[in-house]
Design a protein around this ligand. Structure first.
Ligand SMILES: [Zn+2]
Ligand SMILES: [Zn+2]
Length: 137
């Protein structure tokens, strides 16, 4: 068995990354495991070391925005819907900046419900004004 990089040189061990045989000059020990030159850079790079598993944070802003948007459909639409839209856009920005943050679906839903709620409120107000103005005749 000879080193993959150095033909004719006896290999002393295998790389943990690619399982190829290498000599003592090629192998580097990282965290008690031996790696070749190519795998060493991968094992030592922060991207490989910090793999976020289950490290997600639910975005509170997205939750609040959705709740506000839903309540706004029934009451205080003129206040709650714009607030829900602002919170939803804030939540989307936070989620875009932090990949571990979840809730983009909720933020989108809050935006859609917020717009619908606002339109419903405006239509309701307009129809009320129309009814009032017709009532005076
Ligand atoms: Zn390797
Ligand atoms: Zn070698």
């Amino acid at each position: 068995m000879e080193c993959k990089n150095h033909p004719g040189v006896n290999a002393v061990g295998r790389c943990e990354g690619c399982a190829e045989s290498f000599c003592s000059n090629c192998l580097v020990e990282i965290g008690g495991k031996q790696y070749c030159g190519a795998c060493k850079t991968m094992a030592a790079s922060p991207a490989a070391a910090v793999i976020p598993d289950e490290a997600t944070i639910p975005c509170k802003e997205a939750n609040d925005a959705l709740i506000m948007a839903i309540i706004g459909i029934f009451c205080f639409g003129i206040i709650l819907e714009p607030l829900a839209l602002i919170k939803a856009s804030k939540a989307k920005k936070m989620i875009a900046e932090n990949p571990a943050m979840t809730g983009s679906g909720k933020a989108t839903a809050a935006t859609i419900i917020g717009v619908i709620g606002l339109i419903l409120w405006l239509l309701g107000t307009i129809s009320r004004i129309v009814a009032l103005s017709q009532g005076t005749h």
